[in-house]
Design a protein around this ligand. Structure first.
Ligand SMILES: [Zn+2]
Ligand SMILES: [Zn+2]
Length: 213
């Protein structure tokens, strides 16, 4: 194999690994997190994330990172190695890991910061419709392909956002949606949260139902 071909093969294997991650991102989110309704740590942690719709780093992220790197380097790498040799094996695993960390990064910043470009704006609209509009739609976070293929893609005109769960970056100092985001997000309901509302939010998140107004 000449050098140019070898580079193309390695890049192709890397791309395949990243693409494989996007399918896992969709399937894990839909089936291992939402369909299990809190059975198992992965589902429980994810539905807990839906209860408050906030993001903060904790040790369960380290467990996920370790788990996904294990799948990449002890699962996909030997398989790729068998099919195309060591370079292909390593490139598939690295592609998988890069796809996974790209997802982790995009998901975290979607919750933490306002978008800075069209892709970030799309990620947020797509993902916050999943949180606030229909938790059984838009399971992909980084790309819409698998939602489109599996019939779970939804693109509402404006994303409804219960006021008590609004992300800080959406709001101005008066608690209204920032003017530049007003075409994308509409606040509903009251801002405060009491014990009864908190219980309802938790029950609905664990049933993969949208939070009420
Ligand atoms: Zn989220
Ligand atoms: Zn979810």
């Amino acid at each position: 194999m000449d050098t140019a071909t070898a580079i193309i093969v390695v890049l192709g294997a890397f791309g395949f690994g990243a693409f494989l991650w996007t399918l896992a991102e969709y399937l894990l989110h839909r089936f291992a997190m939402h369909h299990l309704h809190g059975k198992g740590i992965m589902s429980r942690e994810h539905l807990e994330h839906h209860v408050h719709s906030s993001w903060h780093f904790d040790r369960t992220h380290l467990m996920s990172w370790a788990g996904m790197l294990t799948v990449g380097f002890l699962g996909w790498m030997p398989l790729g190695w068998l099919v195309g040799g060591p370079r292909v094996g390593i490139a598939v695993a690295v592609g998988w890991a890069c796809g996974y960390f790209f997802y982790e990064y995009q998901h975290a910043v979607a919750h933490l910061r306002a978008p800075t470009g069209p892709y970030g704006a799309w990620v947020r609209r797509h993902h916050f419709h999943h949180h606030f509009g229909h938790p059984m739609a838009n399971h992909g976070v980084t790309i819409p392909l698998w939602d489109k293929l599996f019939g779970t893609l939804e693109r509402p005109e404006t994303v409804r956002v219960p006021r008590r769960l609004a992300l800080p970056w959406m709001l101005d100092d008066d608690g209204a949606v920032k003017p530049e985001l007003a075409d994308s997000y509409a606040l509903v309901g009251r801002a405060g949260i009491d014990e009864r509302q908190a219980k309802i939010d938790r029950a609905r998140a664990f049933a993969s139902l949208a939070p009420l107004d």
